[in-house]
Design a protein around this ligand. Structure first.
Ligand code: 5RP
Length: 232
């Protein structure tokens, strides 16, 4: 079986496992990315089968909103509710303390709002996302307002990072977030203290949010390959 097929099966399995944890009469944060897309699909299918009733979803991106509508999940907004029961979202890296790097899909700002409000935040990843230390495989995404791009990059360099502007498909132009901002991806050789780096970066004028999620995740569901098939 090709690696990409395995990765897809792992994502499907964890997506389904997370969707199975959603209960009727709940408000659900709906994350962004290819793994959460399966969770959204399975929640929609459970609703259609009548297994789940009275779900209100809060999408973390335009992508999640479109998918949720496609699968028939009723949506609401943070203005209309006073809590979120559970959020399901992917991650780019997960360390042993359940701290995360997110933002591979440039959606980490809204994701952090929704995921951190949830009574329970379930992370769905395949086993390739598990790392001993954050920053070892993935660059740290930082959302920045466009006019502040250059000074923010300078400051990120002073903090020991190597920043680069995220470019879109075929490098035709920069990636633009749902908020109309830019994403700077930063390589840090090491992130010894994710909690202080998260705050330090967010203190730079012009930064909207960075992809370090420290102390936000409650449960991490990991898709693993066993023999020639994936399991959670
Ligand atoms: C988007 C994210 C995603 O959750 C993260 O990139 C993981 O995506 P995928 O499940 O496709 O690997 O943080 O901003």
């Amino acid at each position: 079986m090709a690696d990409t097929d395995l990765s897809k099966i792992m994502k499907q399995e964890v997506g389904k496992a997370a969707a199975d944890r959603v209960k009727s009469n709940s408000i659900v944060g709906l994350g962004t990315g290819s793994t959460t897309a399966f969770a959204i699909q399975f929640i929609g299918e459970r609703l259609q089968r009548g297994e789940l009733k009275n779900i209100q979803g809060i999408p973390t991106s335009f992508q999640a909103e479109v998918l949720s509508k496609q699968y028939g999940i009723p949506l609401t907004t943070l203005d209309a509710v006073d809590h979120i029961d559970v959020a399901i979202d992917g991650a780019d890296e997960v360390d042993p303390n359940k701290n995360l790097i997110k933002g591979g899909g440039a959606a980490h700002t809204r994701e952090k709002v929704v995921d951190s409000l949830a009574d329970q935040f379930i992370v769905v990843v395949d086993s390739g996302k598990l790392v001993d230390k954050l920053g070892s495989t993935f660059l740290l995404p930082v959302e920045v307002i466009p006019m502040a791009m250059t000074p923010v990059m300078r400051k990120l360099t002073q903090l020991g990072g190597k920043p680069e502007l995220r470019m879109g498909v075929k490098k035709a132009g920069p990636v633009v977030t749902d908020q109309g901002n830019l994403v700077i991806d930063v390589k840090f050789d090491e992130i010894p203290n994710p909690e202080s780096l998260e705050k330090e970066i967010n203190n730079i004028p012009g930064v909207l949010e960075n992809g370090l999620f420290v102390g936000v995740a409650d449960v991490v569901l990991v898709g693993e390959v066993k023999a020639d098939q994936a399991s959670v």
